[in-house]
Ligand binder design. Structure first.
Ligand SMILES: [Mn+2]
Length: 459
């Protein structure tokens, strides 16, 4: 069985992120001089029986390697004298010269296709490699107190060393390093956003088709673009028509799509290098905002513009949220929905506007849609923005169908507008500016897309 197979060619290709990943590993090593750092990517997750979910690399591991191989482990030994040893432990190939080629449905290449393995990975990732089986042996004798493990990703790796009280520092440092995007990362985010813009255009062109067939058409059309242009969606697509828009994480997407309603579409393509966009538009399904829809839309847009204006290097992270909430609270007060003026309603001990605004305005964006989640508060939520940060600005207003505190005409309307913003040296750049935001611009954009005829998906 394992004989008489033609030799395979060896690719000399190098991963486009290799030089950036090398610089990141050096920075991480410099932060942990004298330590051994163990960073696993994680394992397959079982869906049922012998069927797994599609594997997606662990974010921190991927950030440091560019490698998408399941079970792989990066070990960095940062000696005190600045001498750094880095090894990528990677599963060996199960090609036709091995029995697993035929017998192992999870790793055998007959089943899952060719992989790079130990040799080719060395070139592709620009990193020393070793077979995964060697990991335990190579680490024997290391002093527990000097070994930090990125935990909860891989139980086998977690069991190699007793927990170290400093383990948490490793994940924190990686989240904090990832706050500032390097030029490769910004470029990848631009790619993910460009694909996302096309996905939104696809959805608009497919809206007539979705009417009568439901939100799944919208999800399916967007996700097709995500799979064709990128790796996948970066998170489950929220295709919320009508009152579903007031449910923040509406991912059932099993509702009907009706003329006269709004569609809230919160969706992002994850590009091939795993950076994701995170964009929301709220669109009139028949192409025209009704007067009350437009009133709500324009208040949210004014809040978003105020939020984006507050994004600049040195500005507090929370400034965009505070600016947006001030606009929303003022508008709600003028409409008689908030009974007290913004200065009082927004007080920390009141926060009455939150019944309608529901969530924070910004989060970091990158390899994860909610990126850098383990950064310390003083560097993130309570910190200041710095050049190279990428964050969302996404205020919303949500009037539940059964909310008797709002006039009836508002009930069942949910509007969110979300863009992805890069902090520059002097201010900020809206990376998703190609997608129209003004109510008139949205209507004109939809009608221009419909003039092109039914979606052919441009494939
Ligand atoms: Mn978001």
């Amino acid at each position: 069985m394992t004989a008489q197979w033609a030799p395979e060619s060896f690719s000399a290709e190098v991963h486009p992120s290799a030089p950036y990943a090398a610089a990141r590993r050096r920075e991480l090593a410099a932060r942990f001089a004298g330590r051994t750092l163990i960073i696993p990517t994680g394992n397959f997750k079982v869906r049922a029986n012998d069927t797994d979910y599609r594997f997606r690399a662990g974010t921190d591991f991927y950030y440091l390697t560019g490698c998408e191989e399941p079970d792989a482990v990066l070990v960095i030994t940062a000696s005190d004298d600045a001498d750094v040893v880095e090894t990528l432990y990677i599963p060996a190939r199960r090609d036709a010269r091995t029995h697993e080629f035929f017998t192992d449905a999870r790793y055998g290449e007959l089943w899952v296709g060719a992989r790079r393995g130990v040799e080719e990975s060395r070139t592709f990732f620009g990193l020393d490699t070793a077979p995964l089986e060697q990991l335990g042996k190579d680490l024997v004798g290391r002093d527990d107190t000097n070994v930090l493990t990125l935990r909860t990703l891989d139980p086998a790796v977690d069991s190699l060393f007793d927990p170290n009280e400093l383990d948490g520092e490793l994940g924190r440092a990686l989240s904090e390093m990832r706050l500032v995007k390097d030029s490769f990362e910004v470029e990848q985010l631009r790619v993910a956003i460009a694909h996302t813009v096309r996905g939104f255009e696809d959805v608009v062109r497919a809206l007539p088709e979705a009417e009568g067939r439901g939100e799944r058409v919208i999800e399916g059309v967007f996700n097709l673009r995500a799979r064709v242009e990128g790796n996948d969606v970066g998170y489950d697509t929220i295709a919320a028509s009508g009152a579903h828009a007031t449910t923040l994480h509406w991912v059932h997407n099993n509702g009907v799509v009706r003329r006269g309603d709004l569609l809230l579409l919160d969706a992002g393509v994850e590009c091939h290098n795993l950076y994701t966009a995170d964009v929301t538009r709220t669109l009139p399904i028949d192409g025209r905002f009704s007067p009350v829809q437009r009133r709500v839309y324009e208040l949210v847009l004014a809040a978003q513009r105020a939020g984006i204006e507050a994004v600049a290097p040195g500005a507090p992270f929370i400034a965009a949220h505070e600016a947006a909430m001030k606009v929303l609270a003022q508008g709600l007060f003028e409409w008689g929905i908030l009974r007290e003026p913004p200065e009082r309603a927004l007080r920390r001990d009141r926060q009455l506007h939150r019944r309608y605004t529901l969530h924070g305005t910004s989060h970091m964006l990158g390899l994860d849609v909610h990126d850098c989640a383990r950064a310390r508060d003083e560097l993130y939520y309570l910190g200041e923005l710095r050049e190279g940060y990428v964050l969302t600005v996404e205020p919303g207003l949500y009037f539940q169908s059964n909310d008797l505190s709002v006039p009836e005409e508002y009930r069942g309307i949910g509007v969110r507008i979300e863009d992805d913003v890069l902090v520059t040296a002097t201010g900020c750049e809206v990376l998703s500016a190609a997608l129209p935001r003004g109510a008139d611009e949205v209507e004109a954009w939809m009608s221009a897309l419909w003039a092109l005829g039914p979606a052919r998906l441009g494939l």
